[in-house]
Design a protein around this ligand. Structure first.
Ligand code: FAD
Length: 456
């Protein structure tokens, strides 16, 4: 009997995984994709739809046409995962049994979490939003345009910068650029989280007369006044506001008790394999009839074991050896996790190339310049009011969380922040200077950076 593999979501992740599993496992697995729309939508095209360069219809394809013949498609929303019984509940009633479950339901846009955003801002992170923005841009005859993000994390971090540069070109073509000021609102002290990319992009923005408002973490929008305010206490006027809405995991994840505070399935990217959901839930995940799939012998077992190791190759790839061009994932210098070669087209788990960095020496080899108050010694020396644990989070999350936490402090109170992202050393120094808060202490202890900030 083939293993039942259920893939939730027919987006990029779900479609690819379903096709690869079907190709690699053949008769050993029966793969079913569950998606409520039955359509695959090409999200990078939203940028082009918003700027009138793509027809919205071109961006959506019947999901069936993208799946291999043997992969089933259920046009249904999954409402709940029941790990103990090994079933997925479906919106129209009924359920699907699974031995293996792939959760690829993507992100949910929750603009309503920022007061005034839905009424006052445009967005290009959904097809509907992109088409509304297109109409707003057609009517736009000049004025102040602000582009920014209203919540971290969000998918495709470069998209706001990309959009801003494309918008500049669009306004020039329409002959309204001379009557417009275009400004990018950034949560950090640079245009983009990756410093080297910022160094390339910022001169281009300058040449094109695009403004950059740094350390602007959007808190509220006031549509009647035409203003947007930041956690840092700044307010900016706009005639057209374009914000990436905050993201959350899908409601199904929360309803199933599989999510963290943001509704995301937790994974641990600091290790050489994703954290076992079973470990996280602190209970065994059972297949139908109480079988534990990982104990089953045979190809299913092999497949699962291999899926869990970074860079492993799945069985049943019958192509000739010469077709297997090796594709080696390159890890940054200083990475400690193993990176195995992948044959082209095969499934592997990519270690964290850009994401959460393991604690320890700076991966780029150049240690960040220490703050004047920096001491290489462990232990707490300054009494603090509140502690914020940002360990394991990568830029710009430590700064965003600190901006939120400091809002709740009284002037003069001390906030302690613990972080492992080496980039946070430079970021906290710049952030405290820019926001009028004082970085009174900075110490390092075994790869954990401790910052003590006095609210200004
Ligand atoms: C404007 C923009 C530009 C981008 N540009 C790039 C780029 O240039 N390069 C790049 O690599 N990435 C880019 N991305 C990001 C990329 O599109 C996403 O990272 C990718 O789509 C994520 O894939 P996914 O499969 O996780 O989720 P998605 O593609 O979002 O798919 C999720 C699927 O889950 C389904 N689903 C939701 N809820 C349920 C449920 N309850 N039951 C069953 N199914 C459900 C949805 O219908 C959807 O089909 C861009 C994104 C945007 C918005």
């Amino acid at each position: 009997m083939p293993a039942q593999v259920v893939v939730l979501g027919g987006g990029v992740g779900g479609t690819l995984t379903a096709n690869l599993l079907d190709r690699q496992l053949g008769r050993d697995a029966h793969v079913t994709v569950v998606d409520p729309t039955g359509m695959h939508v090409y999200q990078p095209g939203f940028l082009y739809a918003a700027l009138g360069k793509a027809n919205g219809r071109w961006l959506a394809r019947d999901e069936r046409t993208l799946l291999r013949r043997d992969v089933d498609l259920a046009v249904e929303a999954a409402t709940r995962v029941e790990p103990d019984s090994g079933r997925v509940r479906l919106a129209h009633g009924g359920s699907l049994p699974f031995d293996y479950l792939v959760v690829a339901t993507g992100a949910r846009l929750v603009g309503e979490q920022v007061p005034g955003l839905v009424e006052g801002a445009q967005e290009f992170y959904s097809l509907e939003g992109a088409l509304r923005l297109r109409e707003a841009l057609r009517r736009f005859t000049g004025g102040r345009v602000l582009v920014g993000v209203a919540g971290i994390p969000y998918k495709c971090p470069p998209a706001p910068v990309e959009f801003t540069l494309m918008l500049d070109q669009y306004l020039r073509k329409r002959g309204v650029r001379d009557h417009s000021q275009v400004t990018l609102l950034s949560p950090l002290n640079r245009a983009f989280t990756i410093e080297s990319a910022s160094k390339l992009v910022q001169p281009i923005m300058e040449r094109r007369g695009i403004g950059l408002e740094t350390f602007f973490n959007v808190e509220t929008v006031d549509p009647s006044a035409g203003t947007v305010s930041s956690l840092e206490g700044d307010t900016a006027d706009y005639d057209l506001l374009v914000l990436v809405p905050p993201h959350r995991g899908q409601a199904l994840i929360e309803a199933s008790g599989l999510g963290d505070a943001g509704g995301w399935v937790p994974t641990d990217r600091g290790r050489d394999r994703p954290a076992d959901l079973q470990e996280r839930l602190d209970r065994p995940l059972r297949g139908p009839g109480g079988r534990q799939p990982h104990r089953l012998a045979g190809p299913r077992d092999r497949a699962e074991g291999q899926l869990r190791r970074a860079g492993d190759v799945l069985p049943r790839d019958r192509r000739r050896p010469r077709d297997r061009a090796a594709l080696r994932l390159r890890a940054p210098a200083g990475a400690t996790y193993p990176v195995a070669p992948l044959a082209r087209g095969q499934v592997g788990l990519q270690p964290p190339l850009l994401g959460h960095r393991p604690p320890g020496p700076h991966p780029r080899g150049t240690p960040p310049r220490p703050h004047p108050n920096h001491r290489e010694e462990p232990g707490m020396t300054t009494p603090v009011t509140t502690t914020l644990d940002c360990k394991g989070l990568s830029c710009p999350l430590p700064i965003v969380k600190t901006a939120i936490a400091i809002k709740r402090q009284q002037p003069g109170e001390l906030l302690e922040v613990l972080a492992t992202d080496p980039g946070s050393v430079a970021d906290f120094t710049a952030w405290s200077r820019a926001t009028g808060n004082q970085l009174v202490e900075h110490t390092t202890d075994g790869g954990v950076y401790r910052f003590v900030i006095r609210k200004g």
